[in-house]
Ligand binder design. Structure first.
Ligand SMILES: *Cc1c(COP(=O)(O)O)cnc(C)c1O
Length: 436
């Protein structure tokens, strides 16, 4: 299958090229040219299927032409080696816990899938090659990407992070791995890191000397696998005998990769009635839904910081999917936006009254279910991170000392290694060229 650019100004490419390039030549985002519908029989059986079975069926529909079926099955099975439980929090309200992967972040699934797919295309390439993944992180993405790509042949990962501005646990998740993972400790802010990565992608000389790609959700191999969540949530509701006619999914959103994956799942026939785009104070999509105007602006810092995005990159995909039809978008997506105080109050209240501990991102999604769900609807919120990943914030809100899972602490036992870097592009470019 071919992938076209949302800017429609460059030839379509195959999946292998879309994954290695991340961004189209006209700077647009790649979209699959056909979105096939899952057969009726699939939905009548879905309650009896396992997570890898459902995910393989969905992956086959999208990637089946481009990846050998046995290899695809292996990629999907290895990616989803952990469960994604659907937990009932209150009447008609469920939490889909996406945080049971290796770094306890929902980005683990996309990162692992993309890494394995890239490994597959590397093995099929006519000559030995080295793909360099550049990723800027404010904390969470770096760990998921580094762990997803660890040990994959023909791929090197450079994680750029702001020195002193990520938590010790987050830092340990990408600075202690070694092997094909290099941590670049930038003497600056997250924006400096992101600027370095963007300049590198735009630099003609670098791109001539080495293959550079992004593992951000602009990459089709990172964002599309997130569709599995939505199908699996539906399957678990089916198994529980829930009302399947009015399912609403609330998605805590930043760059909108996760929500876009849900919209594509719906386009593939998954009967989700509507979606909620749950935002912190970074509300440009909320404003778009209210006014029809999309006006990106600088991000503001919040306690749900993985959603602090002022110009969500995947919004271009949503516009493309709905042919810029504001009414059609509004029919499928309702927006909510909350302040830090509201997020904290929700987290505390749900913990006190339901005995369920949300993380700040999940709290944004949960609150919009509380406020937005109609009486006949069944709501599923996506819980995107384990609360312990935001321990200091969560501890303060609930006045307790939550336990950090062993899996996170294990990272702390190994020695940290990083390459110190100034935020000037010249220095970064020179360093990359020594790696070419
Ligand atoms: C990345 C992230 C989000 C936002 O996901 P998008 O696909 O960028 O909208 C939400 N919550 C957490 C914990 C994240 O790490």
């Amino acid at each position: 299958m071919k992938y076209y650019s949302t800017n429609n100004n460059t030839p379509k490419v195959g999946l292998g090229e879309a994954v290695v390039k991340a961004l189209a030549a006209d700077r647009g985002l790649f979209m699959p040219e056909r979105i096939g519908k899952m057969p009726k029989a699939f939905f009548s059986n879905i309650g009896e299927m396992s997570l890898p079975e459902i995910s393989f069926a969905v992956a086959y529909m999208l990637f089946g032409e481009d990846v050998d079926s046995d290899a695809l099955k292996q990629i999907v099975t290895e990616t989803l080696s952990f469960d994604i439980p659907l937990v009932k929090v209150a009447e008609n309200r469920y939490s889909l816990e996406l945080f049971h992967g290796p770094t306890l972040a929902f980005k683990d699934v996309g990162a692992r899938f993309m890494a394995r797919l890239l490994g597959y295309f590397n093995a099929k390439a006519s000559e030995e090659r080295m793909v360099n993944v550049l990723v800027a992180t404010s904390g969470d993405t770096g760990g998921a990407v580094a762990n997803g790509f660890l040990g994959v042949h023909g791929v090197r990962v450079f994680v750029l992070y702001p020195s002193g501005k990520v938590s010790d646990i987050q830092e340990a998740q990408f600075t202690t791995l070694g092997n094909n993972i290099t941590a670049i400790e930038v003497d600056g802010t997250f924006d400096d890191c992101q600027a370095l990565v963007k300049k590198a992608f735009a630099d003609a000389e670098l791109n001539k000397r080495m293959m550079l790609t992004s593992a951000n959700s602009i990459n089709v191999a990172r964002f599309l696998p997130q569709m599995y969540y939505y199908f699996y949530a539906y399957a678990q509701l089916a198994r529980m005998g829930e009302n399947l006619d009015d399912v609403v999914v609330s998605v805590p959103s930043g760059n909108f990769g996760n929500l876009t994956a849900g919209l594509i799942a719906k386009a593939m026939g998954l009967p989700i009635k509507r979606f909620i785009a749950a935002n912190n104070r970074n509300d440009v999509v909320y404003k778009y839904l209210q006014t029809g105007k999309f006006e990106p602006k600088p991000s503001v810092a919040t306690i749900a910081n993985a959603m602090d995005v002022g110009n969500p990159s995947n919004f271009a995909r949503i516009l493309d999917l709905y042919h810029n039809d504001w009414e059609a978008i509004k029919a499928d997506i309702t927006g909510y936006t909350y302040t830090d105080e509201q997020i904290a109050a929700t987290l505390a209240e749900v913990y006190r009254e339901e005995g369920y501990l949300l993380d700040p991102h999940g709290a944004v999604a949960y609150r919009s279910l509380v406020e937005g769900l109609q009486p006949d609807e069944v709501g599923v919120m996506l819980e995107t991170a384990h609360p312990a990943k935001f321990k200091s914030v969560v501890d303060e809100i609930i006045g307790d000392d939550i336990v950090i899972p062993d899996r996170l602490l294990d990272f702390m036992h190994n020695a940290k290694r990083s390459v110190k870097m100034s935020p000037a592009f010249g220095a970064f470019k020179k360093y990359l060229l020594t790696q070419a």
